[in-house]
Design a protein around this ligand. Structure first.
Ligand code: GDP
Ligand code: CO
Length: 395
């Protein structure tokens, strides 16, 4: 793969946020001895990408998606990545979850690839969390894992750690284009190849999110939600560094990846606020604003890459209410961040009111967060899950 080097990097304490990097070639061909290096371009060899794929788990959160889409997503993930499907689909009256497991079983019969699948509401899973005193993920009433995409991601990260992976990435189950999924994973791997630190996050930035209208297809550049969330995150950073910046372009990027070393020390915010919160938390914890609990990270630094995909992002349209919920949750974590000053808070309230998402003189909901996963004893967690037969492993 050929990717431009980051043309500009914003520093925030020990965090380095690289501006969006474009891809020149998805496939840069065979390595040749007489090759001339181009200093502004990274060439990442296939074998380097494959080395990362061996150590990479791809978590696919799924809730009531079409099985054809799920199967397409599976087909796009490179074979050597272990796939971890975390489902919150219904089991009753129709067992959609069983259909998903059957889809995986069938896929495994023909591909023999390694996959794990678990249901988010499995009582054995909740018990394993309870035993490890990791109750921030549980619903207080139900005593099961809460609903939410972030909750599924946290479960996925733990399973990735359980099977000894060094990297973990996330790919939504509602992607229409398997070739795009394949590219996302290659981009994650390319990001890790470029990194110097061991605390790394790679976020995909969409070149286009096309919309289909009666008049034809329109290659839209920005999703409506991410445009707004990006703006507020950039305001927060600008306010601290004293220079206006637009460096954040992937605030809501569901398709992203982390080194396990970074994944296990982050806090996660519930539901759809998870993606912007990851960025905020990294800035809060490692931005040099307060003393950190992780001096070793300050030493190494946190690197954030934003890689612009060549494939457009086509996914299921979940409608207006879904978008409103997503914006509310995203701006809520910005609002309650310790980095957010009164001026930005007022701007956020005005934004939500003007978009008819929040009533005047009310405040956004404060969402639950989940503490760093490092506190969980992974052997014990693994044993508990196995005892309760919570997950199915295909290998
Ligand atoms: P968007 O693409 O960001 O607009 O959000 P989606 O609604 O498409 O959700 C992203 C992914 O998370 C999809 O694959 C969903 O099926 C999945 N998802 C959403 N909510 C949940 C949940 O509560 N649990 C799990 N396991 N997956 C979820
Ligand atoms: Co989607």
């Amino acid at each position: 793969m050929r990717v431009e080097i980051p043309l500009y990097t914003e520093r925030f304490g020990s965090v380095r946020i690289n501006d969006v990097q474009r891809i020149l070639e998805l496939d840069s061909g065979r390595r040749r001895d007489d090759e001339k290096e181009i200093t502004t371009i990274h060439k990442i060899e296939k074998n380097e990408i494959e080395d990362v794929e061996d150590k990479l788990a791809i978590v696919v959160p799924v809730k009531e998606e079409k099985l054809k889409l799920l199967e397409g997503v599976l087909s796009g993930i490179p074979h050597d990545c272990v796939v971890i499907v975390v489902s919150n689909s219904q089991t009753n009256p129709i067992n959609r979850f069983k259909m998903e497991v059957d889809t995986l079983a069938r896929f495994h019969r023909f591909t023999r690839r390694k996959m794990l699948v678990i249901h988010q509401k499995d009582p054995g899973l909740a018990l394993a969390f309870q035993e490890n005193k990791y109750t921030g993920i549980l619903d207080k009433k139900e005593k099961l894992v809460r609903d939410g995409k972030a909750e599924a991601m946290v479960v996925g990260i733990l399973l990735a750690k359980m099977v000894g992976k060094e990297f973990v990435g996330f790919v939504d189950a509602d992607n229409y284009i398997p070739g795009a999924v394949n590219e996302y994973v290659k981009n994650f791997a390319a990001g890790f190849c470029m990194a110097e630190s061991s605390y790394v996050m790679v976020r995909n930035s969409w070149k286009y999110k096309p919309k289909i209208y009666n008049t034809g297809i329109y290659f839209k550049k920005w999703g409506r939600i991410s445009e707004v969330t990006n703006r507020y995150l950039n305001l927060i950073i600008s306010n601290y560094i004293g220079f206006e910046t637009e460096v954040i372009k992937t605030a809501n990027s569901g398709e992203h990846a982390l080194t396990m070393k970074l994944a296990e020390i982050l806090k996660y915010s519930s539901g759809f606020s998870v993606e912007p919160y990851e960025l905020l938390y990294i800035l809060e914890e490692f931005g040099g604003i307060k003393p950190t609990n992780y001096p070793e990270v300050i030493e190494d630094g946190v690197e954030i890459f934003q890689i612009e995909t060549r494939n457009p992002h086509f996914h299921e349209d979940k409608g207006e209410d879904h978008l409103k919920k997503m914006l509310l949750e995203s701006l809520s974590v910005v609002y309650y961040s310790e980095l957010c000053n009164q001026t930005i808070k007022t701007l956020i309230l005005n934004e939500l009111v003007s978009q008819n998402i929040l009533k005047k003189d009310t405040f956004p909901p404060q969402l639950p967060t989940m503490p760093p996963l490092r506190s969980i004893n992974i052997q014990n967690f693994n044993e508990k899950l196995k005892e309760a037969k919570t997950f199915t492993m295909f290998e």
